[in-house]
Design a protein around this ligand. Sequence first.
Ligand code: NI
Length: 271
Amino acid sequence: MAEPTVRLTDEQVAFLHEHGYLSLEQLSPPDEIAWMKGVYDRLFATRAGHAEGNHFDLAGSDDDQDQLNLPQILGPSRYAPELAETVLRANVARIAQQVLGAAAGVGGDHAILKPPSGGVPTPWHQDEAYWDPSLEYRSVSVWVPLQDAPVEAGCLHFVPGTHRLPVLPHHTIGHDPRVHALEIDPSDQYDLSTAVACPLPAGGATLHFSRTLHYAGPNHSPEPRRAFIIGFGLPAAKRSEPRSFWWNETKQTAREQRAREHRERQAQAAR
Ligand code: NI
């Protein structure tokens, strides 16, 4: 297991809790990032996870495999276990303890590839809007670009302080039930004009809580924008107060269909 190389200062931990996001110059060394880039590109080129519904178009109807607007892989370390042995992951594990205490652990990872020269933005959303509404979360996402991510390449933007909001109503992009990606409904509970852009060098990172409102612009650079995301958090507990994320219940995505078919194949093989 790799040894951690990064420790947050008390000021950085306090900034994250106060504003709901934090920007770090380096969380993974350059040689590791160069290596990860190769693994990452191979997973996308071979459509790892497609049959299981873990590789899909985040921002399109996902029914034309050659025209993905915003391809995503859920759990890339399932398909390349060496991605779980990195200095990056060791650093995330240490930061998790610093931010949320000894009970915090590293969670799942995912990969979002934003194709070069234009394309779509990732609309404003809270990550928790995608999750199980019956659980209470205390968790943070760590977003790591595998090449420089200036504003023009689609770095993340955050609205400071929005981590203290509840989960606000969302809808799928264009109100299209075939699309996986969510966008927050217009509301007077937040002010997008106060958003902060967080451009990063390759191997840098931003951290944000599960309710921090965030967005990424289109990628106007000539290179794909590769983002690798790792979560950390406390074990999710059952909520005492119920809530409904109705925007997920009406979705009918090709990804979910593939996942269902995969589960059925597995169940048949087990019989
Ligand atoms: Ni997000």
